[in-house]
Design a protein around this ligand. Structure first.
Ligand SMILES: [Zn+2]
Length: 317
């Protein structure tokens, strides 16, 4: 089994009005793929780099150009995305485990695949975010850490940044200080991995306090788009900074994934937004994981309260 550590450079529209929003919301168009092939012992086995000529964002965005040093001329030296991506897949081999620093590259890659009518899940079912490995194993601060900061923390001197291959190699340098197997074992799939599709149902309602939204059973009900039956989701589980997620299965067999957010609106109002997405195994796993975490937190709190009560009664704890 090989580990593929990849990095992308992508171009952005010259001005935001040029952004492609349909059929895919295209944040950036991939112009370079860089990757390192490694193994469990973290040996550098091979490297890969390919340039891509964009089809939509054909002129270099000046910020991206400054950052990457890629100009309009270089842009024309690449090959089209589907060919480049299939060359990349061929190089990766059939037994590859994908890893990347942060979820940003994966998000944009998925947009690019869908843009060219390629199913992202067919090529990369799962991509591990090494930032999470790094936080769990080295940083312990519950936050994302930039690649250059990570290099510094592990005492590695990186190559010049913002070249896809250099960044992949720099990520590899950080990986030498990580237990990749352990990272995979304890990985928590981030929600961002599967909410990039359009929601099937969007529902908004005003609530003056968040609590009312979280306890309103109406928000857990929706009509199944497949068969028209009423479906009730599982209780909400907390994730991220106070967001809620849930899953549901209709009697017709369709699976759904729900997200609930409580937002402050501009003029001082507050509302809850509940979206229903297509569900599946990945979302169910995510949900179960969050429910378990929630139960662990409650149990911890209960024990703490119990200890406090006993202390109040003068018992030894
Ligand atoms: Zn149904």
């Amino acid at each position: 089994m090989d580990y593929i550590i990849f990095d992308l450079e992508w171009n952005q529209p010259v001005y935001s009005g040029m952004r492609i929003t349909s059929p895919v919301f295209l944040e950036g168009e991939v112009i370079e793929i860089g990757a390192v092939k490694t193994n469990q012992a973290c040996d550098l086995l091979d490297t890969f780099k390919i340039m891509i000529t964009p089809k939509y964002y054909k002129k270099m965005n000046s910020n991206v150009s400054k950052l990457t040093g890629i100009g309009n001329k270089e842009l024309m030296k690449g090959i089209v995305f589907p060919d480049a991506f299939s060359a990349f897949m061929k190089w990766c081999g059939s037994d590859a485990v994908f890893m990347s620093w942060s979820n940003n590259d994966l998000r944009v890659l998925r947009q690019n695949l869908r843009l060219f009518h390629m199913d992202p899940d067919q090529y990369m079912k799962e991509v591990f975010d090494l930032q999470q490995f790094f936080d769990h194993q080295i940083l312990h601060e519950g936050r994302s850490c930039g690649l250059s900061e990570a290099l510094e923390k592990v005492g590695e001197t990186g190559m010049e940044a913002h070249d896809a291959l250099h960044d992949a190699i720099n990520t590899f340098y950080v990986c030498k200080h990580l237990d990749l197997e352990e990272g995979i074992k304890t990985y928590e799939t981030p929600i961002e991995d599967f909410d990039d599709g359009e929601p099937l149902i969007v529902y908004e309602h005003n609530y003056s306090v968040a609590r009312d939204a979280y306890h309103d059973s109406k928000l857990r009900l929706f009509i199944c788009p497949a068969c028209g039956e009423k479906v009730e989701s599982q209780p909400w589980a907390v994730y991220g900074d106070g967001k809620r997620a849930s899953v549901a299965q209709c009697s017709c067999g369709e699976e759904y994934f729900l997200k609930l957010r409580y937002l402050n609106v501009k003029n001082g109002g507050k509302k809850a937004v509940r979206n229903v997405f297509r569900g599946g195994e990945k979302m169910n796993k995510f949900y179960e994981n969050k429910v378990q975490k929630q139960a662990e937190r409650h149990e911890k709190r209960r024990k703490k309260d119990e200890r406090a009560q006993r202390r109040d009664k003068g018992e030894k704890v």
